[in-house]
Every structure is written in C-alpha cells, then in structure tokens.
Design a protein around this ligand. Structure first.
Ligand code: KIV
Ligand code: NA
Length: 277
C-alpha cells in the first residue's frame, strides 16, 4: 500500500471528495486514525497544549516534533503524515528553515511539513519545495503568533484583512504549497479562497466550504477538557469514560475484585496443598 501523496489530495479536490484530517501525537492514536481511513494526519505543535498542558505552542521544539512524528509514522504507514515546523525553526533564515525541515523529513519519514504564514514566507516555501519537501501552508489565526495576534480570534474580518488573506493564499500556492490550512477565518472568505485556489484548503473554524477539515484529536474525542473551542464537536467523551473506568478499577482493587483468578496463575493443586502444610 503506497502512502497517500500531496497529488492525491489535489485529485480529491478535483473530484469534489472532501478531505478529513486529524492530528495525532503517538503510535496508538495514529493507528486509530489510519484504521478509520483518515487520509491526512498532522503531527501538530498543539501537542504543547493537549499532550503537555502548556498554554501555547511556543515551547515545542523541532526535536519534540521529530520524537512524536516517528511514533505517528509507525502507526500510520499509509496516511499522508505532515509535521508542523515549530516556532522559530523557519523564520530566522531560508537556510535555517531548509536545515530544520530537512532534518525533520530525514529522521521521521513524514511526507511533508506545515509552516504558518503568508507572503512573508513564500521564498522559504519555494526553496523547501525545490529541495523536495512538500509544504502545507497555514493562514488566518496562526497560533505561533498568538502574542502578536492577541489570542485565538477570527482573522480577516475587515476588507483589508480579507484581501490580504486571499493574496497570501494565492502567494502560497504560487510558491508551490500543496495545501493550505485556514484557521478561524469567516466562512465567505474561506469559500472564496477555496474557489480561487487549485490546491485544497483545509479548514478549522473556517466554515463548511473548504475542501477539507482538520480537527485536533483530543478535542474531537473529548480527551482534552480544559476548554472546548467553538469550532470543534465532541464525538466522544473519552476523558469522562476513562475517569469513570479508573474509579471502578480503584474500587475493584480496594474491594479485592481485581485481580481475579483469570488474571492470576495458580500452582497445581497437589503442590499448592504441600505449600500450605
Ligand atoms: O498544531 C495543530 O494541531 C494545527 C492544526 C490545528 C491545524 O496546526
Ligand atoms: Na500547529
């Protein structure tokens, strides 16, 4: 089974097949996504929040993303696995970006990288693509700039910002990006970008008219419960279920209902009898 490629995503857009993407941060989660037939898995720097409990994505390093990407790739050999380039790993210089993205690709087996930003990073995007590294863009609310953007809020609400957003999306496509994530963007603007680009748009909080949708695993399945972004939907309440099961386990241990005979190995009766003599 060949892994899914960026050109497969373009073909999906052409055929009007919507692209469902999920984040994953480890082997077992990646296996579940793969078993469900999810074609695109992102090793997102949201791991800073949902795996580690930090307030933002900023403390996540390239080594962290490499560590998680290896696990995800092992669990999902068929999906297109994309890894986030973390804060400050691609903005210092084009050379630095090439070195960092190159190391990520070489050491993990992921099929591409994602960078946040528009026109100001298109030279970097073009150089990565020339070097053989598929690039996914990320526009709208870009969490690595949370401090300059003033938190997670919808972007492109006025005309100037909307025009800029559409221009940035076109610039990323021209630079060779194979897809672009649109995060917290008004529905109409995300729809316009999706119509005007040949490459697929993947929305998150960007309305129903993108070519695909990406969600954070821990949000969608109710594993992360500190807060619930408006753009997500809880398909499961895994944290609640596990907490309940852990409580049951604790009670079973306390009341000697666990472990039982099925979880234990006994000696043959005659030996057992001699031991108790
Ligand atoms: O890090 C992440 O999970 C992301 C998605 C929310 C697009 O960048
Ligand atoms: Na991210």
């Amino acid at each position: 089974m060949h892994p899914i490629t960026p050109s497969r995503l373009a073909a999906m857009k052409d055929k009007g097949e919507r692209i469902a993407a999920l984040t994953a941060y480890d082997y077992t989660a990646a296996q579940m996504c793969e078993a469900a037939g999810i074609p695109v898995i992102l090793v997102g720097d949201t791991l800073g929040m949902v795996v580690r409990g930090e307030a933002s994505t900023l403390a996540v390093t390239l080594d962290d993303v490499i560590y998680h990407s290896r696990m995800v790739r092992r669990g999902a050999p068929h999906a297109l696995v994309i890894a986030d380039l973390p804060f400050m790993t691609y903005r210092i210089s084009v050379e630095d970006a090439l070195r960092n993205a190159g190391r990520l690709m070489q050491t993990t087996g992921v099929g591409g990288v994602k960078l946040e930003g528009g026109s100001e990073i298109t030279e970097t995007v073009a150089r990565l693509v020339q070097a053989g590294i598929p690039v996914c863009g990320h526009l709208g609310y870009t969490p690595q700039s949370t401090h300059t953007l003033g938190g997670a809020r919808v972007q492109g609400r006025n005309l100037d910002a909307a025009v800029q957003l559409i221009g940035d999306a076109k610039a990323l496509e021209a630079a060779g990006a194979f897809a672009v994530v649109l995060e917290l963007v008004p529905t109409e603007i995300a729809a316009a970008i999706s119509r005007q680009l040949d490459i697929p748009t993947i929305g998150i909080g960007a309305g129903p008219d993108c070519d695909g949708e990406i969600q954070v695993f821990h949000d969608l399945f109710g594993l992360f419960t500190d807060f619930q972004p408006r753009h997500t939907r809880r398909y499961l309440n895994v944290a609640e279920d596990i907490t309940g099961a852990a409580r049951q386990f604790k009670a079973d241990v306390a009341d000697r209902r666990f472990p039982g005979d099925e979880q234990s190995s006994a000696l043959k009766p005659e030996l057992s009898a001699r031991l108790s003599e």
